[in-house]
Unconditional design. Structure first.
Lengths: 320, 449
């Protein structure tokens, strides 16, 4: 694995290798000294064009736990504010010879472009509404600790699927691990044609009882101004996961940050079925595992010449 | 009117040529056979038996095994003058046209500033007389500054030589404004070419709405954003007995809407682009905006098939490239932020030949007919090989393979939707409005005394 751009590009064994690696970092996390020397002397750039708390802090801490040098760039207050293009920003940061660039960007495909431009391993920390693969991996890790296997399990993804990169990555990831996925929400927030990704579509929570796992998504409050939903009140009445709808044996997940009282009720968040706090804890070890798999696994590093050849971007123009 | 009379280009000598033993194919004129195509003083004078025509002072081109078609006519290109000469200008854009086998093009008016005054039109025509390799016609905008609100001085623009009107790049959102333009058209003529899109439905979309946009998380542009606008505007044109031309059809529903309007007797014509005929939204999975981001977007396979059917049954009158050059830095950004449009003049014939004719989807004769079909909707004479016609000829080698972009482009921009592809079929020589407009550098010509 050279980059982590999209769950879609990972095989099941590759996913499992990351989860197994995360398990070993979880063990390290229980020690007094939580730092390992794996990436000493190597640089990780964290480049965030969108605000983020969980993802940026856990990637940055993950890099530090692996003893990497960290350069953290937030778009606000940087040269990006002065109109610098993504290509030029990446070229500038490339001068530090980073081993990896972790990038979040508001546009789909941004991480892929960065991967084509440079030498560094690129981690997609969210590209537009496209993918958020590290979130999907940490969700798989969290679930694997509760359920031995996802084979045949039913997972409902509920809420604003249209605007959610988490929904897209998780839909692919859950299915890759053998789960059956249903996406559920008001019709305007379910992308047309999504059933061709292999999931079922439901516009009501009536059959929610069949789910082993309920994965709720954040509803941005501005969606009602755009007429995706008539009101937050009506949305909550029909789609909020609350203690009445959530069964005792169902697990509840959410990528955060939660709109308490909109997509989830307060009791549901704090219920014993909720894995939300565990998801956050998993974020650190899974992101350590991702950086490790990209930068340190696989034993022999390719010789420089070989690496150059390998990293030649496909010339634009060659049919993919 | 012939292209030389109606449009503008750099002056030059009328060609004297004999294309010896060429396979002449002009379906609209019922010409198909091996001939010596004889051109004197810029006119086709004879289709002689092969080997029979004396050069008689003319240049003799050994054309056995090559095809001579009526040169193509593109009613929809963006030459970017004035204001965006870093993308294209009349000289580079018309050279690209000539290299693609085109004898004439119609330039859109969505420049910076838009072509909205008689002086704008006159300046462009003057520039074309100085630097255009092929015949160029210019549209003026329907509304002042393309703001969609007030009509331009359509009658004076026509007197200045505007071939017709279009706010292409943007739809005419107001039905009232289009209705007024159609009423005014009775006074001044000039086909109104329409970019059909309901922005309420297309919103912030960047690609076709469907399973691929769902998978990529890109905002979708539904097919109905185009077809509902066409249905509305066809109804208005019918009501006012106006003449409209629908640009760049992309969706099956749009073909159906035009078909219904034609059956109802509306004076409507329409075009489809090579990229919509050859590609689908599956190409967007690469997230490469340079080749695959344009408006209207690449749509689904069923849409592509409906466009091809529309060519066959006559619903679609012509093939137009919507040649839209953009600078590299406007395309070297993530998909959602990239500029809309691809170049197409240099590759239109070769791409259609490779993707549709060779696999047997489209007859060669139908492709040739539709590549020349863009003149009539704007009141121009269709390029023809018939003796007596102004010489407009594309000489092609249907077996030649070439890689797009390998030797650069005639266009100033490189955002070709075919970039990097190997295509089969190449234009070797173009005669435009009686003048030799292009010769492929590696194509050696036999010169006779």
């Amino acid at each position: 694995m050279r980059h982590l751009l999209a769950i879609e590009q990972l095989s099941r064994p590759e996913i499992e290798a990351i989860l197994d690696r995360a398990e070993s970092f979880a063990e390290v996390g229980r020690r007094d000294i939580k730092k390992v020397p794996t990436l000493r002397g190597r640089t990780v750039v964290s480049l965030f064009y969108e605000s983020s708390t969980r993802t940026s802090s856990s990637f940055e801490l993950a890099a530090k736990r692996l003893s990497a040098d960290l350069v953290s760039v937030k778009a606000a207050g940087s040269s990006v504010d002065k109109g610098e293009s993504l290509k030029d920003t990446v070229a500038t940061l490339t001068a530090y010879d980073p081993a990896a660039i972790v990038i979040r960007h508001p546009s789909a495909g941004a991480a892929q472009m960065v991967a084509e431009w440079g030498e560094a391993a690129v981690v997609n920390a969210g590209d537009g509404k496209h993918e958020h693969p590290s979130q999907a991996l940490l969700d798989l890790f969290t679930l694997r600790r509760r359920l031995d296997s996802l084979e045949g399990k039913r997972i409902w993804i509920v809420g604003d699927v249209l605007h959610s990169r988490v929904a897209r990555s998780n839909l692919v990831a859950f299915q890759a691990m053998g789960a059956e996925v249903t996406v559920c929400g008001p019709p305007a927030l379910i992308p047309r044609g999504i059933e061709q990704l292999g999931c079922e579509v439901s516009y009501s929570l009536e059959r929610l009882g069949e789910a082993d796992v309920v994965y709720a998504l954040r509803l941005q409050k501005e969606r009602m101004r755009e007429s995706f939903v008539p009101s937050l009140r009506e949305y909550a009445a029909r789609f909020q996961i609350d203690s009445r709808r959530l069964g005792p044996r169902q697990l509840l997940m959410h990528p955060g940050p939660v709109n308490r009282g909109v997509e989830l009720s307060g009791e549901a968040i704090d219920s014993p079925q909720s894995l939300i706090a565990e998801q956050v804890a998993s974020g650190l070890v899974v992101r350590m595992a991702i950086l490790y798999e990209l930068l340190a696994a696989g034993g022999e590093r390719p010789a420089p010449g070989e690496r150059d050849r390998e990293r030649q971007p496909t010339p634009i123009g060659q049919p993919a | 009117m012939s292209l030389a009379e109606a449009l503008d280009m750099r002056p030059g000598e009328g060609a004297d040529l004999v294309l010896g033993g060429a396979t002449a194919l002009d379906p609209a004129a019922g010409i198909e056979g091996v001939h010596d195509v004889v051109v004197r003083g810029g006119r086709v004078v004879e289709l002689a038996a092969p080997g029979s025509a004396a050069a008689d002072g003319a240049e003799r081109v050994e054309a056995e095994g090559l095809h001579a078609f009526p040169a193509f006519f593109d009613p929809h290109v963006h030459l970017r003058v004035p204001g965006q000469e870093h993308k294209e200008d009349i000289e580079t854009g018309s050279r690209a046209a000539a290299a693609g086998g085109y004898c004439g093009v119609i330039a859109m008016a969505n420049t910076e500033p838009p072509v909205s005054t008689p002086a704008d039109v006159e300046a462009l025509r003057e520039a074309a007389r100085e630097g255009a390799s092929v015949a160029v016609g210019f549209l003026a905008t329907v509304t002042r500054g393309m703001a969609g609100e007030e009509l331009t001085e359509m009658a004076e623009l026509r007197e200045a030589g505007a071939l017709g009107f279009s706010d292409d790049g943007l739809p005419l959102v107001s039905a009232r404004v289009l209705r007024r333009a159609l009423q005014y058209q009775r006074l001044c003529g000039g086909t109104i070419a329409l970019h059909e899109e309901d922005p309420e439905l297309s919103g912030d979309g960047v690609m076709h709405e469907g399973p691929v946009s769902a998978a990529l998380g890109l905002a979708g542009i539904p097919s109905v954003s185009e077809s509902t606008a066409i249905a509305r505007d066809a109804a208005l044109a019918g009501y006012e007995d106006g003449r409209i031309h629908v640009q760049h059809l992309s969706a099956a529903e749009s073909v159906a809407a035009v078909r219904v309007a034609k059956e109802a007797g509306v004076r409507i014509s329409c075009e489809a682009s090579p990229h919509h005929l050859c590609l689908t939204d599956e190409a967007v999975r690469s997230l490469d905006p340079r080749r695959f981001k344009m408006n209207p977007p690449l749509r689904a396979e069923a849409d592509r098939e409906a466009l091809i059917e529309g060519l066959r049954d006559g619903t679609i009158d012509c093939i137009a490239t919507d040649h839209a050059p953009h600078a590299t830095e406007e395309k070297e950004v993530p998909f959602e932020q990239a500029a809309l449009g691809v170049t197409g003049l240099e590759t239109a014939f070769a791409a259609l030949h490779t993707d549709l004719v060779l696999p047997g989807v489209l007859d060669l004769s139908l492709a040739v007919e539709k590549l020349g079909g863009g003149a009539a909707p704007f009141g121009l004479e269709r390029p023809s090989l018939a003796p007596g016609s102004e010489a407009n000829i594309a000489l092609c080698d249907l077996g030649a393979e070439w890689t797009v972009g390998e030797e650069g482009y005639e266009s100033r921009s490189q955002n070709s939707w075919c970039a990097g592809r190997t295509l089969t079929g190449r234009v070797l020589m173009t005669v435009a409005a009686g003048r030799v407009a292009y010769r492929l550098r590696s194509f050696s010509l036999g010169v006779a005394a």
